[in-house]
Each structure stands twice: as structure tokens, then as C-alpha cells.
Design a protein around this ligand. Sequence first.
Ligand code: AFQ
Ligand code: ZN
Length: 371
Amino acid sequence: MARLRHEITAVSGKARAGRLHTRRGVVDTPAFMPVGTQGTVKGLLPEEVSGLGAQMILGNTYHLMLRPGVVTVDKLGGLHRFMNWPGPILTDSGGFQVFSLSGLRSLDEEGASFRSHLDGQLLRMTPESVVRAQELLGSDLMMVLDECPPPGSQRDYLAASLERDARWAARALAARGDKGGALLGIVQGGVYSDLRARSVELLAELDLDGYALGGLSVGEPKPRMMEVIEGTTPQLPEGKPVYLMGVGEPADLVRCVGLGVDMFDCVLPTRMARNGTLLTSRGRLNLRNSRFKDDPAPVEEGCQCPTCRHYSRAYLRHLIMAKELLAYRLNTVHNLHYILQLMAGLRRAIAENRYDSYARQVLAGLESPGQ
Ligand SMILES: CNc1nc2c(CCNCC3CCCC3)c3nc(N)[nH]c(=O)c3cc2[nH]1
Ligand SMILES: [Zn+2]
């Protein structure tokens, strides 16, 4: 059967709602994928993550290659068994992490050489080796090895890089075995619409299962990012899911759904939770602020998450100031609940063909004066 099938069930403007049929179950789109970098969504049990409504999570080949090693994970039954997540898992190829985490050593036609950020050992990534690694993990949606060029890269560097990415994507497809999951290509081209179009043209020639927009949310001006997304999504092949990598904040999720994006991942909700920043429909709330010291109210009135049902802002502030482990869990539960409910609201609005009014209402709330 097909490794991946995207069924669009409703359209509202350029926003679309659908169901992504993966080999390990169906995912409602637009979908937010909590990040589980090292085989765990930090601090939460898998049943808590699925209980909050997450249907697909993200893993990272780079981190799992370094520790515990993909052969080890394979011997233990693969990543789903290893981390007790029976649902679909998308794994990033690690290209991005090599640039952001390790002291990159070299990049050439063959692949990338780098030093582990853990113990400095010299490692090599090629389009073929990262597909093999993701197959050993048992990934349901694999990403091709790509280069996410540093922000501000010169135009001619970007033009050459995206050509190489397309050659790498062809090599990744050729390397995938029968057991392999779906394979998604990654559109690059920086902030140049003609380069983005060229990247799409090259990748559309390949029999990829879906398309990611890479090279964004790396420090470029937000309006520029939106322009690039707006210009690129209409050019992508029909019937294939669109995944915007590394996005994003609530307002960005709302806007990018309106531009035809189906899948998102971002470390923000879980990372902010761990430093006491909570997401609400009226913007961010920084628990460390002394004004919450004896505030008996929940993070957000009306929020039905376990955190808001039982705990006050004062208690959550106490926990974060005391660096209590429970703080990370309760804050992550709330932030993930908030994001996943936001996505559910967007799916409903699209199904009822009222995306625009729902988006305007949500964005007005987010931009209103804080708590
Ligand atoms: C935050 N912004 C951003 N992230 C990008 C990412 C990473 C997406 N998130 C991966 C998870 C995070 C930890 C575990 C895996 C990108 N990844 C790739 N391969 N290519 C990009 O151009 C690429 C571009 C990105 N931009
Ligand atoms: Zn809550």
C-alpha cells in the first residue's frame, strides 16, 4: 500500500483540512508534531502526549545516531518499541542539527562530515546513510539529507546548494529499501522566490511522498518568511502533504495554515514550558513575574488541561522558582494542550469554511494586551 496518502477533506481559502494516512495510522491535518528529540517528549509519558491529542511526533536521526546509536535502537525493536510510541513518527535527517549543534567539518558532493557535539568523534552523513539510519529507527516519515544554509547566505551559494540538495534527494530515493517509510523532500532557496521555484521544480520531478519547506525560521524577517511560504505552496505538487519545518509560534501556525501548510514542528512550546513561559490565547505569560506570586487563577480561565483544572499560577510559579521537576511537566502539559487545541480549532474552522474569521479572532486575541 502507499507509504503515505494525503486525503483533503475540506478547503477554506488556501487553508486545507485533511487526513494523512501513514503506515502506522492516520493523522488529522493541519497537524502540530511535538518534538521528541532524544526519543522522548521531554518530561511526558507517551500516553500523556497522545492523551493531549498528538497523533504524530518528531524524532531526530542526528541525536539518536550519536546516542544510543541507530543499530542499538534497531536491535531493541526500533524507535516505536524503544520509546513506547505506537503511532506515526517523523524523523528529521539531521542536516539542520549538524549545522546548529556540531562544529561542522566539511560539506561536499558526497555528504557532510562533522564532529559529535557529545564526544567530538568525527562522523559522516550521506544521503544514503541517513536513509539507512531512519530505516533502522523504523521512521514512518523520513526526511532527506539537506543543507539548511546559514541565514544571510549569498544568492549564488543558495542556488548551488539547492541543486546539490536535489541530487541528494534522488540518491536518498534510490537508497530507500522496501521496508523504508515515506520519504519527504525539502525545498530550499533562502528568501529568493526564483530559487525556491527552482528547488520545487527539481524536487517535483522525483517521486517523493511529500514536501517540506526548509531553510526558514532561521532568523530571517518574519514577513519575508511568510512571503516565501505564500509564493511556494501553490507550486508544490497536488495531493502531497506540505510540512513547514521549525514553525512555530501560535500566530505563525494560524497564518501558515492559511497559506496551505499541513504539518508543523517546533521545540518552542515544550522548551518555553521548561523555562516557565506559558502560552495563552492572549499571548505569553511569564510565570517568574512576581505578580503571579499569590495569583489563585489557572494559567488560562476555561482551559480544560489537567494543569489548569487543578493548579494555580501561584503554585506553578512556586514550582518553577524552586526548579521542581513537576514544573516542567505541568507547564509542558498546558503548552502542548494549548497548541494541539489551537490546531483542532483550525481544523474545525476549515471544515466549516470559516477559517478567515477564526484566524482573525485568534490573532486578535494573541495580539491583545497581555495577562
Ligand atoms: C527552528 N527553525 C528551523 N528548524 C528547522 C529544521 C529542523 C526541524 N525540527 C527538527 C526537530 C527539532 C529537534 C528534533 C528534530 C530543519 N531541518 C532540516 N532538515 N532542514 C531545514 O532546512 C530545517 C530548517 C529549520 N528551521
Ligand atoms: Zn491549561
